[in-house]
Each structure stands twice: as C-alpha cells, then as structure tokens.
Design a protein around this ligand. Sequence first.
Ligand code: SF4
Length: 425
Amino acid sequence: MDSADLLSQSRPIELATPAPHRSRQARVTWGQRVVTIGGNAPVRVQSMTNTDTVDAIGTAIQCKELALAGSEMVRITVNTPEAAAQVPYIREQLDRMGVDVPLIGDFHYNGHRLLSDFPACAEALSKYRINPGNVGKGDKKDRQFGQMIEAALKWDKPVRIGVNWGSLDQELLAGLMDTNSQRAKPWEARQVMYEALITSAIESANLAVNLGMSPNQVILSCKVSGVQDLIAVYRELARRCDYPLHLGLTEAGMGTRGTVFSSTALAILLQEGIGDTIRVSLTPQPGEARTQEVVIASEILQSLGLRVFVPSVTACPGCGRTTSVTFQELAKEIDDYLRAQMPVWRHQYPGVENLKVAVMGCIVNGPGESKHADIGISLPGTGEAPAAPVFIDGEKAMTLRGENIASEFHAIVERYIAQRFGATA
Ligand code: SF4
C-alpha cells in the first residue's frame, strides 16, 4: 500500500487544542482599564510584588516593571495599617506614570479592619484577595469574612476567595477528618485535604453570594504545592462550580524547579480548559528580576497557543555538528532584543508578537526550520563553509558571510519588522 492509499483510507489526525473554558466572567477594573477574567476572556497573567508595601515608591516601581513585563493584574501585600495607608499613594504613583494595571490587595488576619479603617485603600484596590483560612476563628470567622464582603460591596470590587493548603481552615479540616474516620472505608488523608480545600472555597464563595456579591464577581483559587495535588483539586473544583478560577502552584520553588513544576501543573489544567488567570509563584534567585515569573507565565500560555505575547525565537539545541557558541549567542541576543522592545513595539508595530524567528546551528535542520519561520538563519556548523543562508517568508533571501553575521542578521530582523508591521505596512 503506497502513501496515497494510506492517506485516502485514514481519518485526519485530530488537532490538539485546549478545551474551551466554561466559567462565568468577572471584571477587574481601574479607570478605563477593564480586565475580564473567565468566560471567553483570554487567560490572564498576574503577579505579586515582593517589596514592603510601606515603601510606596519601591512598590509602585515594581508594579510598573511587572505590568510592563505583561502582568495584567498585580497583587500587593496589605498586612498592616502602615501598608494600607500607602496603598492610595502606590495607586497614585502608578497613575502618574501612566500605568493603569489593576492592583489586588492580599489580606490575611486583619483585612476586615484594614478595609474599614482605610477607605482610600479599599477604593484604590481593584480586587480583594480573601483567605478563608485566615479571617478568624470560631464565631469571628463568618463575621469578619462578612465585613470584608461588605467592603467589596460598598466599593463595588470583585473578590478572590483564595484557599491555600498551608493556611487551610483547621476547624473545617478537623470536622472532615472526624467524618472520614467514621466511614466504613475511610478516604486517604490527602483526599480529605482536597475535600477541605474545595469545600472551604465553594462554601466561602456561596456565603459571599448570600451576602449580596454577584457570583460573577467571585473568583476562586485552591493552591497547593504538589503538581498531582493541584491537578486533582482543580479538576474537581472546576467540576463543582462555574466561578472563574485563579490557578497557580504555590511555593513552586526557584529556578529550573519552580519553572518546570509550575509549567507542568498549569499546562495540564489549562489544556483541559481549567484556569482563567494564572500566576507562577517563583522564588527569585539572588539577583533575578521579579518579572521572571511574568515571563514564565506568559510563555506557558504562548506555548499552549492560548495567548501570543512576544515574537518566538526557535533555536536548535546544538550538538556535535556545531561546536561554536555563535548560534547560541545570536539566539539569545535576538530573543533578549525582541523581548526588550515589546513594551514599545506593542503600540508601534501591531501584530509583531506573531513574528517567528529561527536561529539554527547547522545545515541538517537549519534551512528547513528557517523556512517555517518568518525570518530565519542557518549558521554554519563545524566543517561547513563559513556562510549563513537567511530565509525570509520561506524563501532564501541572501547569504551572510564573514565576521559580522550576527549584527547583519540583527539589522535584517529590524528592517523586516518595520516593513511588515510598521505604520506604512
Ligand atoms: S540543526 Fe544542526 S547543530 Fe542544531 S541540533 Fe540539529 S544537527 Fe545539531
């Protein structure tokens, strides 16, 4: 049987695409800026500052950096009266810098008091994060939770009910453990913990709705630090409710570990249509920019085809056929350059984020991969003639030679972008 016969008898291979989302849609606003979450909105990227909120200038600068890196909402810690007092100034600084990114207040233990004692703080924030495990114990719990919901209603703000297994409602967990011990076949302790996380989130959300919140203004999260735990919990959470879901692996760690663990967990759930906003909780390595968590979150969404933020640079991993580092350096330089330009290019060159560049190490896959990109270069491997063919829109356009291949290719990319995406294009 030849290939034509095979093709005529087989069915087309099913395309792999993320499942559609089926949550309600919430709106987080500041001024004219509206960030929709859930429903048919794109999956949103958020991040959190690690500055002391009392340092209003430092916090505003980091919020700006995170926003410019692509964070569509930025969460700040509001933990003390001094921090709450600075929130309006942080907002003001951002507005002065022309940064309209919505700010989310992260409250624990005393949020009910801070939101009522500091009305300017309550007003300046665009969303309140409430951890039902940290709003108080016993009869104070519902009362203090209710006070936070009252503030959200008064200032017309959405809330995120953010449950975290590190601060899970211990009374609820103990009750579920008791019930479990009476079962003929008790569940595993982990399964009871899952149940407690989900119950805490959904019961708190339902309580908020009973107190007057629109269900469209309640976002849920149930963060855990194990990849399989996160997948199990969010699958069930998505099955039991249609509140928009904020997704993140808490305490993912640093560097490669944090990146891989977060990417693995989030990608699996996002592919199943679960997760309306994401955060990568990366511990910065010494000297590493806080914005790295935004870069990783954006790349996760871009890798799944859910969003497009920056031009993509395809580079081969290199092997024994190319022993010089030229192509590694060129790939990094082009990637860094394209990323750094995006805050300006987003406005100057609409659509530039869809650009595909290939930087390849030798003739084996170089020309083929370069032809699939909008613009690509195949650098000479070991023993190959010192020539680098450049492909533009699938056609070989020129061959670069000599010492200045890198800078010449750089200029070609810039010219291509201006011609294709510039105002006159
Ligand atoms: S393109 Fe060439 S250098 Fe790059 S991985 Fe493939 S064979 Fe190795």
